[in-house]
Design a binder for this molecule. Sequence first.
Ligand code: HEC
Ligand code: HEC
Length: 299
Amino acid sequence: MSYFSGKAQFRWGRGGAFMACCVGAGLFAPWVSAQAVPGAPAESTPATAAAEAAPEAAPPVDAAAAAYAMKCMGCHTIGGGVLSGPDLKNAATYPRQTVLDGIKRMEKNVGTISEEDLTMLADFLLAPDAAARIDAHRQQVQMREAASMAPPNAELGRALFTGRTAFANGGAACAACHQAGGRGGNLAVSLEDAFTRLGAQPLQATTEAPGFPVMRAIYTPLPVTKQEAMHVVKYLEEISANPVPKSSFPMHLAGIGGTALVLVLLGKSTAKRVAGTRARMVADACRRSDQGANRRRKN
Ligand code: HEC
Ligand code: HEC
């Protein structure tokens, strides 16, 4: 399986309560993102600019496989099971005319099919290696895509991760929720060792098209581009060689747990002062509300 083709397949052991908590975090994220690196302005040049300058590679194309991939693959597989249309692997065993008739019927789905395309598609479905040709075609497309990209760059990836460089489509910086390279939030799991744990391909897939509700809510309308995801993955690969321990002290300090701990410690030494202050504040508030009530009564 090639680098980009896979879908991330993870199993998540965490409960709904955490998710519910993170939905709140999601609303919060754009703000956090803006704060991710105080004082560092977001660069306006998207990391994808280099990709546009890269030369287009154009190896010969399997025209039939390409046409099938473009017009038919959304509804049919060849040996991969039923989608909204039947699996077409058996079509190779049909009489030619049955296949031609079947494809002709598809004009209601894909518009007019020229005689030339009809012949080409019939030949394709009748060929015993149609499935392999589709795989080869997909791989070729992915390689062409990769060749048109700038090489993954960990520096650019770090800038995108932390928010120093804005994502082209305006999605939140990863560091709003995730830690990597010793900094970032802890609203979600640390990504210090994500490259080692998950591997390049699932990381790429998750970054481009995340499956987690919290991330999907942010990045479906504002997707991270393939090129940007490549940079981020490269960054995560680089830091995975030297991960910062997840239990490091500043991480805890940054967290809610840490905050609570600090409050408890402060509370022990300053309990009296805090209590005194609170008593004063309560008294003030009561006075203000009494005055308000008096005013209202007078009016
Ligand atoms: C919108 C979904 C959709 C698209 C797009 C589509 N098909 Fe179909 N296809 C179907 C469905 C549903 C059937 C089953 C009903 C029928 O045979 O008319 C079918 C049936 C067929 C059959 C007959 C299969 C059999 O076992 O009898 C062939 C052959 C076929 N499609 C080929 C194609 C080709 C080639 C394309 C692309 C040019 C294509 N289809 C595009 C949904 C689709
Ligand atoms: C609003 C918060 C938020 C932002 C922003 C965010 N994520 Fe996530 N991410 C999550 C949550 C929640 C999960 C689910 C896993 C968990 O429980 O922490 C997750 C899971 C992941 C996972 C799988 C984690 C693992 O180790 O199992 C990866 C990889 C990931 N995110 C990468 C990214 C990248 C790359 C970015 C930036 C493009 C990003 N995330 C931005 C909240 C966020």
